[in-house]
Design a protein around this ligand. Sequence first.
Ligand code: HOZ
Length: 426
Amino acid sequence: MSNKSRKLFEEACAVIPGGVNSPVRAFKAVGGNPVFIEKAEGSKIYDVDGKEYIDYVLSWGPLILGHSHPNVQAALQKALEKGTSYGASTALETELARMILNACPSMDKVRMVNSGTEAVMSAIRAARAYTKRDKIIKFEGCYHGHADGLLAKAGSGAATLGIPTSPGVPESYAKNTLTLSFNDLEALNSLVEEESESIACVITEPAAGNMGCVLPETGFLEGLRALTEKHGIVLIFDEVMTGFRVAYGGAQEAYGIKPDMTCLGKIIGGGLPVGAYGGKEDIMSMIAPEGPVYQAGTLSGNPLAMTAGIETLKVLSEEGTYENLNNKTDMLTEGLRDAAKRANVKSKLYSLGSMFCSYFTDKEIVDFKSAQQSDTETFARYFQGMLERGIYIAPSQFEAGFLSIQHTAKDIEKTISSSYDVLKTL
Ligand code: HOZ
């Protein structure tokens, strides 16, 4: 790491816990200190020393159009001239809401918030009020933001740092969160049969991107849908990561399953802070001021975030966008698989749309336990080798990588050849 980044990190550590404003940005699991970024454009980010990296983190998913996309930049500049926030209604909010509802027909109404965490927290409150039940079921290794009740066997940074269940969450609160293994329909069936009268909702990432990239096995989402429907349990899809990423209509479109509620974030804000939750009319009509379930936010529906989101979705809705993006991802993932084979390194790579993750193991990854069997020490060395060669991947085994429409064939070729070079040294 450069001296400039080291110095900036030392300064940050003096005033910010761990020197970062979100734990996933720390390099704790891979060693060394975080690289400090100066600017970004297209598929690249540049550190404070001017070193260029091909970026597969993309701000943890939002930047599907790549950095500084001209349409988003131009629209934001125009919006900025009109002010930054009014705390009063704008037509932009309705426009983005309409675009979201058109993309995800499972939702009749949607409410904007400021982050994925807020979206999930609010959706669960609505589900509890709607069912008049308290307990929720989540799956190990899925991450639904950092609200108290959801930091139970959580993925993402919590898994990376080895604190999937955080101190500070009262036992009286945590006892309402029941956890199961992802893809274990049998266990879900037994738990639901036993506790059906007390379970408000089941929340899941339909394809999990916070323990790497773990895909639902055939029948899992279908079984989950049938079971929750049978018992009057609200099914919530956390599509903060997969929404507008794996298809325009998210994983619910890709797998053809209609949840009762959906949580969104990341892409719908085009790189600005945003979240949203929505669902069926009878649940969403319970939200204040239409109904009694309170949820609010000073900057919710902020005109800048709405503008960036609208422009992003406009580009995404153009013919051929997802086909191109998915073709590029196939080129990358096939190349990475082949590189691992040639270098004789055990690895498993999974992808859905333009999100992907490779694990250092020869066993299939189907849940959090199997993801944890991956060799994280080898991952750390791989990460450092890639970073050195100008390839920026998430500093954790338990995160997905992403492509943007601005990644080029040249970027992909460089990534594959760098990967082969690093794998040979492991
Ligand atoms: N949800 C993001 C990917 N796992 C993490 C973002 C963050 O925690 O900063």
